[in-house]
Ligand binder design. Sequence first.
Ligand code: ADP
Ligand code: ADP
Length: 222
Amino acid sequence: MRLILLGPPGAGKGTLADRLTDRLSVPHLASGDILRAQIRQGSDLGPAVQKYMNSGQLVPDDLIVQVMISRLTQPDCAAGFILDGFPRTLPQAQALNGRLAEVQAPIDMVIYLDAGEQVIISRLAGRRVCPLCDATYHLQTMPPAESGKCDRDGADLQARPDDQPQVIRTRLQEYRRLTEPLLEYYAAAGRFVRLDGNKDIEWVYCQAQQVLTKTFSSTDEP
Ligand code: ADP
Ligand code: ADP
């Protein structure tokens, strides 16, 4: 199963992908997490990438395409993957398409999680992440068992530097300008479903499962 999750920042792509990854037995590839890992590991790309991320701008297409395509060619992606946060521009989508066509492994499904601006803002304002394992929580909707601590490893949870109001504004502008055109691109390609990301996590997860089961009921997948 090769699945893409599209949607604005804060729509719940990562949260849904975290749940689907076990069910579908394919890895969750979050481009933001992969870039943050490069920064943490002190890679050469780190400082340049950090500058874009902290200001809410997208990193250059060439850079992210190289990073993500090299990730997609790892053995754990042989049976598929869930892409979260990539592609985010038309050139990225075209590069991904080209690569997948080469290996005759096209995208099976695109799920677009739509959410309104007020919902996005309150999701991002309350988002807390684990600096060690990238687990994501929310102060109100998805709190950890012990306040401020990651359920998995007990690390102190943090707000992301790009989840500040001024940076959120830039990210939403970038989303509308560069990522929204992908909706039409993938809708035209078929197997494209919109889900209401304003709803609670259980609802979104159940709907996504239903869509995947319905679409693939005539095959062995998912
Ligand atoms: P969100 O959870 O809000 O959707 P991400 O963690 O996916 O945010 O991305 C954080 C930042 O990482 C983006 O604002 C951007 O700077 C960079 N980034 C992630 N994915 C991409 C991409 N596909 N293209 C360009 N920049 C990206
Ligand atoms: P994205 O990956 O699209 O940027 P996340 O999955 O990180 O979004 O979710 C953003 C924030 O909203 C997180 O704090 C998460 O815990 C919370 N969240 C995600 N989905 C929902 C939902 N359906 N209802 C309420 N809160 C949610």
